[in-house]
Design a protein around this ligand. Structure first.
Ligand SMILES: Nc1nc2c(c(=O)[nH]1)N[C@H]1C(S)=C(S)[C@@H](COP(=O)(O)OP(=O)(O)OC[C@H]3O[C@@H](n4cnc5c(=O)[nH]c(N)nc54)[C@H](O)[C@@H]3O)O[C@H]1N2
Ligand SMILES: Nc1nc2c(c(=O)[nH]1)N[C@H]1C(S)=C(S)[C@@H](COP(=O)(O)OP(=O)(O)OC[C@H]3O[C@@H](n4cnc5c(=O)[nH]c(N)nc54)[C@H](O)[C@@H]3O)O[C@H]1N2
Ligand SMILES: [Mo]
Length: 791
């Protein structure tokens, strides 16, 4: 792009640069100044004159944040990366500063292993042997198979795999959706690997997933409970921990409930309550029990706004004993009062702690019970979501300042940013996790295996486009089982991968395409989770070797399919980006021109007040029913009742003991519950091959000192973690930061099996099970039992 992206470009002496740096840093905090200064000194020692341009840009990985980074370019190469530091850092407008991952982008860009040329597979699929070909040959081959498979199998045979390595507005995935839509459609998916259960379950209670207040509102909370949420590491919207810090300074008590003493717990919490994975609903049920028996709940709120809390507020025709209150008190079929003692045996949390927590949340109003996604990435992950909402309602914390409606928590106020038009005329969908079923037994597959939008599928999946994702093998589940399915050329007949590295998924490509790096392209990116801003990703350096931009090669593919004009509408990529800015501006008066947007790299919405989810519904219920069938908060859902699977899909939220949970007899063989938390050193599998990051955080299995002692394991030595699905070997971290009986293998390490099939890097998904959750058909990948021994 032109020089408009260059903020300044002039020779600067080292002394002058330091002055500039200090002047800018003077606006920030003391420690930041020290840090920045130190960085500047090391970077520039020995330099006399620098001809450097700074490009304001961002990143498009699925990293939990979205930051404004400044890329320092000299002679066409990036020499370092800093982040936004040129505006005052205020509570209303905090700087969008990047973390260790943003700062390491260069290590991926200039990594010697980057894919450089298009390649075709030689040898068996999955072995990872490739031969260089031309782009013409690659695109001819892809066009040929796409036409053949469409003719032979129809749209159900063609699948675009989940993959968010490139989350930009003009990513390859977006273009492929547009192209395949124009060509007659394809099999699509619903849900995602992040929030499968909460995305599905929250609307059964609230009618929407937009249940979160703006983060500024936490200043009004007296108590903030983080249930399996670790934003110090997972970010969940740039600056989330900053807002939590401010809330704490304003007097909020912060409690984390997590099997791990997480970075968030260390840096922000007043109290850490360790809990056994999969048991959160038992904890929440017992808290409800305390509130009901001590009369701490908000009966008036429940009477007015909710359906199904007690027997007096049930839909017609439902037999007695099916309300949430009856379930909690044991006036129900199971005859079990959900007492703190009952929950202690399940969760491992002392009953006094449960009682204290219930009282604290019920009496310190308003309060926010915020759920991370960890607790719902489990066998019955749907339940915890609805249990959390029941408690938010019982404490009257819905629709009020300082409260929190719980559930998925997506920001209640959206900011419109335009998208590339793409329409899929084919309506059949599978859940994002169910693609192995659709490969093996897709033809005839119906709602019992997640299909929506059609009675059944007419074909197995025969063609996969995997563009910027590692969910074929490594990020999905059951690596060994999945690899076998993918290796079978009679099942998936053709597999296209676009990547930057030869990842475990890329090894299964028939045609492997070298993608450009985000530093080599323009795009528009929106914040992850929360944040009232949008960023322009300015191209910083030229694309290397034969790597190509998605729009470029997919336009050429469109040409081969006779759809070039329709696909491009005669626009260049820059013209599409201008189109997005114009369409965005139509709905946002005051939105900058394309030129101004690219120059600043950011546009911030300035809303007067933080949005409070469901404020209207609470303040003026007559005119604002909840978007549910009954217009109420459905603690009891008739839609779930009608599914007639009360054990796995109860109509009120319940604790459902998990397979491979703490109560599974399989624990005699595999005694440890193994989760795989999201780790600061990676974005999923991205950065796994970056040395800097391995220094920042080694791949290792976390084990409590008691469990280690029982097994004679010493900190740092190699151990074997295994179950019936696989074996991984990696170093052990012996620590009191994880509770006894639980292990964690940070998710995202590449699957690297040796000749015996032992994964030598330590991908948690070598151990996870392909077992979709009952309602969402989502991924239960934190639910696993394992054993650990010395390697
Ligand atoms: N550094 C980094 N940040 C990321 C990502 C990344 O890969 N790396 N990925 C991004 C993406 S796409 C997503 S979806 C999010 C993921 O964000 P989350 O899904 O929220 O992250 P997790 O680490 O899986 O889980 C959060 C916490 O839940 C705990 N936990 C696990 N099981 C249970 C349970 O049964 N009960 C309770 N109470 N706690 C439990 C874990 O120990 C962990 O501390 O992070 C985003 N941010
Ligand atoms: N056991 C377990 N498994 C999990 C999770 C868990 O908690 N536990 N979390 C799940 C979650 S929340 C998610 S979101 C998924 C993530 O699943 P994915 O989105 O598949 O994971 P990533 O590792 O982010 O994959 C991104 C890939 O894209 C490539 N890439 C990066 N930039 C570009 C680009 O510009 N172009 C192209 N073509 N390629 C690019 C990277 O090299 C990388 O291989 O994983 C899920 N898997
Ligand atoms: Mo995710």
């Amino acid at each position: 792009m032109s020089d408009q992206n260059v903020l300044w470009k002039r020779p600067v002496t080292r002394r002058k640069f330091l002055t500039l740096g200090v002047a800018a840093a003077g606006l920030a905090t003391g420690s930041y100044l020290f840090w920045k200064d130190g960085f500047t000194l090391t970077s520039f020692s020995g330099e006399t004159a620098v001809d450097e341009k700074i490009v304001r840009t961002s990143g498009s990985h699925n990293c939990g944040g979205r930051c404004l980074i400044q890329v320092h370019v000299r002679d066409g190469r990036i020499v370092r990366i800093s982040t936004e530091d040129d505006i005052p850092d205020t509570p209303q407008k905090p700087q969008l500063r990047g973390c260790l991952r943003c700062r390491s982008y260069r290590e991926r860009l200039y990594h010697p292993d980057r894919l450089k040329y298009p390649m075709k597979r030689v040898g068996k699929r999955g072995e990872g042997n490739f031969e260089r070909i031309t782009w013409d040959e690659a695109l001819d081959t892809i066009a040929g198979h796409t036409q053949r498979i469409r003719q032979q199998y129809g749209p159900d045979g063609i699948y675009i795999q989940y993959g968010w390595g490139n989350s930009g507005r003009v990513s390859e995935r977006v273009w492929m959706e547009r192209l395949l839509g124009l060509q007659g459609g394809y099999l699509s998916y619903y849900g995602n690997y992040s929030t499968a259960c909460t995305h599905m379950a929250t609307p059964y209670t609230y009618g929407t997933t937009n249940t979160g207040n703006n983060r500024e509102d936490w200043l009004n909370s007296k108590v903030i409970i983080l249930l399996g949420w670790n934003p110090a590491e997972t970010i969940h919207g740039t600056n989330t921990t900053y807002y939590l810090k401010r809330a704490k300074a304003a007097g909020a008590k912060i409690i984390t409930i997590d099997p791990i003493y997480s970075n968030t717990a260390i840096s922000l919490a007043d109290q850490w309550i360790p809990i056994r994975p999969t048991t959160d609903s038992a904890l929440l049920d017992a808290m409800a029990y305390v509130m009901i028996t001590e009369d701490l709940h908000d009966q008036k709120f429940l009477d007015q706004y909710c359906l199904g809390f007690d027997e007096d507020h049930m839909p017609p025709g439902i037999p007695a004993g099916n309300s949430y209150r009856s379930y909690v008190l044991g006036d129900s079929e199971d005859n079990t009062p959900k007492t703190p003692a009952w929950a202690e045996a399940i969760t491992g949390i002392p009953q006094e702690t449960i009682i204290q927590l219930a009282r604290e949340y019920a009496t310190n109003r308003p309060g926010a019970l915020i759920e991370g996604y960890g607790p719902q990435r489990h066998a019955y992950g749907e339940q915890v979501v609805r249990s959390g909402i029941a408690l938010a309602a019982m404490t009257g914390n819905v629709g009020v300042k300082g409260g929190w409606a719980s559930g998925s928590g997506y920001q209640a106020r959206g900011n419109f940013v335009a998208s590339i038009p793409a329409a899929n005329p084919h309506k059949a969908q599978i859940s994002v996790f169910s693609w192995p079923d659709a490969i093996v037994r897709g033809k005839g597959m119906g709602s019992e295996l997640s299909v929506k939008g059609a009675r059944q599928l007419n074909s197995n999946i025969k063609l996969i486009f995997n563009l910027g994702g590692n969910c074929l093998v490594t990020q999905h589940a059951d690596n060994n089982g999945t690899a076998k399915i993918l290796a079978d050329e009679n099942l998936v007949e053709f597999l296209v991968v676009s990547e930057q590295f030869l990842t475990p998924s890329a090894k299964f490509a028939d045609i492997l395409l070298p993608a450009d790096n985000m530093m080599e392209r323009d795009d528009i990116v929106t914040p992850w989770g929360w944040g009232d801003y949008v960023l322009y990703m300015n191209k910083a350096v030229d694309t290397v070797f034969e790597c190509r931009n998605g729009y470029d090669w997919i336009s050429d593919l469109a040409g081969r399919l006779g759809l070039k004009e329709k696909f491009t509408e005669g626009r260049t990529l820059e013209q599409w980006l201008r189109y997005l800015v114009e369409e965005t501006a139509k709905k946002n008066p005051g939105f900058p021109s394309y030129e101004e947007f690219t120059r600043n790299g950011v546009y911030r919405w300035e809303h007067k007040e933080p949005a409070i989810a469901f404020q209207k519904q609470i303040e003026d219920p007559q005119n604002n029913p909840f978007p549910t069938p009954s217009g109420k908060i459905e603690i009891f859902s008739s839609r779930l009742w009608d599914m007639k699977n009360p054990r796995e899909i109860p109509a009120v939220p319940k604790y459902v003991p998990a397979w491979e949970g703490p109560e599974d007899p399989l624990r005699e063989t595999y005694p440890l519950q193994c989760i795989g938390h999201h780790y600061k050193r990676r974005v999923h599998s991205v950065f796994d091959n970056v040395d800097w990051m391995e220094e920042a955080g080694r791949q290792e299995v976390w084990v409590n000192a008691l469990d280690a002692a029982e097994r004679g394991l010493n900190d740092g030595e190699l151990v074997k973690v295994y179950n019936d699905r696989g074996i991984i070997v990696l170093p052990v971290k012996v620590t009191s930061r994880i509770m006894p009986g639980v292990a964690s293998v940070p998710q995202g390490a590449w699957w690297m099996p040796d000749a015996e099939g032992v994964d030598r890097r330590g991908s948690i998904n070598t151990l996870t099970k392909y077992h979709p959750t009952p309602l969402a058909f989502g991924n239960p990948t934190h639910t696993n039992l394992v054993q650990i021994t010395r390697a």
